[in-house]
Design a protein around this ligand. Sequence first.
Ligand code: NDP
Length: 450
Amino acid sequence: MSDKMIKQILARDPEEKEFHQAVQEFVETVKPVLERHPEYHQLGVLERVLEPERVIMFRVPWMDDEGWVRVNRGYRVEMNSAIGPYKGGLRFHPSVNHSILKFLAFEQVFKNALTTLPMGGAQGGSDFEPKGKSDDEVMRFCQSFMTELSRHIGQDTDIPGSGLGVGAREIGFLFGMYKRQSNEFTGVLTGKGLQWGGSQMRAEATGYGVVYFAAEMLAARNDTLEGKTCLVSGAGNVAQHTAEKIIELGGKVLTLSDSSGYIYDSEGIDAKKLAFVKRLKNLKRGRIQEYVDKYSETTYIEADTSLDYNPLWNHRADCAFPCAVENEIGEKDAYNLINNGIKMVCEGADMPASPEAIKIFLDKKLLYAPGKAANAGGVAVSGLEMAQNRMLLNWSAAEVDERLRTIVKNIHQNCLAVAEEYGDPGNYLAGANIAGFVRVVDAMLDQGLV
Ligand code: NDP
């Protein structure tokens, strides 16, 4: 597969910059597989992997509290079902568009493959902004969104789950509408409440999994998180549980952020302070700035989009855990991290580092874990939620946590082994992309030209 051919494929959708970024990073690393299998060229393997199996786009009309009708756009990108029904999160954020969901769905295919659970890849969502909306408005939006989405999903077809802007509240409203429309109580969504089909540990899974992955990387070098200082971005689901597990393993969390700015606490955000953040973000739906009102010795730095770097990544620390949004670490941030002594970057968010930043991490031999490997614990526990729903069982938190740890440990080992096999030892990015790709492609080829 020549670079020219990739360019031709991507040229069909020139405006999809996030998707192009994800594909270019991916294709670069799986080249050794394509060279080993020249027959893949004629079989159109890459062309097929890069093209979604199905894309659904729909109008989502809803009424706000003042009685005005608003219209958002809903999507579901069903990327690949070679190894199982489509599975992947929903994102509600004003920036959502076809390109962002296609990149997320593409990443999801290989992330799900890494878990070794039978799940294909998809992502969906809307350009709806839940921030600043009342619970009633969010409910009306979710009900309208599900009225259309329900035609395309099902426990054997496509199982959406939580994601950026889609937490327990949204999943509840979505599930209620699906149940009403279908007259079925099935595991069609993951991230459900514990009393109605949810799994223990699902809320914690992505963040905990990220830290388990980081601990595995360190353990492979006879090191631990004990006493390590950590920069964490975001203050949502992934960031909160990443911080929680770092604290539990003896690390010190210095930062948290939201889209308005970040807080820096030189004393460390301990379990008590984190409990405050959880209440602030999950119940009060407040801003991270309010942390400083409560803990006055800390600093709040407002986000400044005129800068070509993010000051959050410019503090002295040992580890960085980007857990907010894509492309939150650019080239300058990568140099700042390195100059501040960072030895490990472990991605909680999807594609938080730009291609330039990743290149710097790899060139400087930093311990770098890409999101599709490091945050796969979240979808792995979604897979466990699906398994429990099928069996009408509820596993204990300890049981789910044990399975999560095992899955993360296996992903880590698999990434290392595959990177070594393909001549790039210690490169988790190459290991993750190749391992996921080989599993998906093998399944696709077994199933013929479909
Ligand atoms: P949440 O909605 O719970 O939290 C997202 C956080 O990121 C919020 O604090 C939000 O702040 C902040 N944020 C959003 N946009 C920006 C921005 N432009 N700059 C700085 N901060 C920003 O989402 P999750 O924690 O669930 O998801 C975070 C990331 O993890 C995403 O990339 C998601 O795709 C990925 N992920 C999530 C999984 C999950 O299980 N939830 C699984 C795998 C990956 P604000 O409140 O101001 O918007």
